[in-house]
Design a protein around this ligand. Structure first.
Ligand SMILES: [Fe+2]
Ligand SMILES: [Fe+2]
Length: 354
């Protein structure tokens, strides 16, 4: 490891002497400046590890120069040594306040100069190594965090896939519904990170259907009241599967699962919550889910047109749906159409991991 030593000294012979002594210490390169003004001009483009600054120089004294160097955040922690013939305590105090950490007395005594510089160089090397290790550790933590997040996302996608083997809804239904949910959230001004999480968690809204009996879930034709009540338990079963996790995405998915069939006017299930007592993600998912169900073809119905589906949402705003979520969704109409084009109806294909 080579260190850059900056020397600012107007006396040419002193400058040459110090330059020679620095080179004798070894493992150091020298940046020599006889003029403090020139150094300040060049400062943005240079780098140093240790600075030796004379006090008495024409144009600018060493204390003002040290303060100007310290103003650059890159040099806020670098050791700066003041070289002075003056042992005035007040001057030394002002130099320390400006950022000097050490003093060397003029005339420079070669043995002392080299010993002090070698000590500073060792200190710098240790600091640089520690900084390297801290940087390496930061990188490792960042990579481990990304890997953790990637695994969480994979688990979620695989859970969604598992649920798809039970539920007749199609792969593209969950993809579209999740994207519509993210569009609404973005339009409502929620953060990009939250919108992304919502898009990942929303496909699990019906995961509780894995707990519904096949003869009820797959029944063609109308359901009895008992069967309907059994199907409705998919919300609380979904919450039971997903709740209590320390993973934020699973917690979000649990909230969506338990609240996506609540209605704004309190007529929904499982808790009959109303208005803003329903978690926002549940209100958002309700609009996205119903819109996609209406505009999709099912065994028992044709796909509604986009206009008719939006009309239905408007009619149900304030009853089934949160009016703000419906309005936000309508403002996204062009992006909704783009999602429909990107993920067209897939005629009953099983879900795939997205
Ligand atoms: Fe559902
Ligand atoms: Fe759905």
């Amino acid at each position: 490891m080579r260190l850059n030593v900056l020397i600012v000294e107007d006396n040419r012979s002193n400058l040459m002497l110090m330059e020679m002594l620095v080179r004798q210490v070894g493992r150091c390169s020298v940046l020599a400046y006889p003029d403090p003004g020139r150094l300040l001009d060049d400062l943005p483009g240079i780098h140093f590890d240790i600075a030796l600054v004379d006090y008495q120089m024409p144009g600018m004294n060493g204390i003002d120069l040290i303060a100007a160097i310290r103003a650059d955040p890159r040099f806020a922690e670098k050791p700066i040594v003041m070289i002075t013939a003056d042992d005035d305590a007040d001057l030394r105090l002002r130099a320390i306040k400006a950022g000097a950490v050490e003093f060397l007395t003029k005339p420079v005594e070669p043995i002392e100069f080299k010993a002090r510089l070698a000590n500073l160089a060792r200190l710098c090397e240790v600091q640089l190594k520690l900084a390297d290790q801290a940087e390496w550790l930061r990188g490792e933590v960042e990579m481990a965090t990304l890997e953790l997040r990637r695994r969480e996302e994979e688990i979620i996608n695989r859970l969604t896939l598992a649920a798809g083997y039970k539920d007749q809804e199609t792969a593209n239904h969950t993809l579209r519904m999740a994207r519509y949910s993210a569009l609404i959230a973005r339009e409502l001004g929620l953060s990009e990170a939250f919108c992304r999480d919502l898009q990942l968690a929303a496909p699990m809204h019906d995961i509780g259907k894995v707990g519904i009996r096949d003869d009820v879930l797959l029944k063609q034709g109308s359901l009895t009241a008992t069967e309907r009540a059994h199907i409705d338990t998919h919300t609380s079963i979904g919450a039971a599967i997903l709740a209590g996790s320390s993973c934020d995405l699973l917690q979000l998915a649990a909230t969506i699962a338990v609240s996506h069939h609540e209605h704004w006017d309190g007529s929904g299930y499982p808790k009959g919550l109303s208005g803003e007592d329903i978690p926002l993600v549940g209100r958002i998912a309700a609009v996205a889910d119903v819109f996609d169900a209406l505009t999709s073809e099912r065994a028992y119905k044709c796909a509604w047109t986009v206009d008719r589906a939006f009309q239905h949402l408007r009619e149900q705003a304030g009853r089934h749906f949160d009016p703000d979520c419906v309005a936000a969704f309508e403002r996204c109409r062009d992006r909704v159409l783009a999602v429909m084009l990107e993920f067209p109806g897939d005629g009953g294909m099983r879900r795939q991991v997205a």
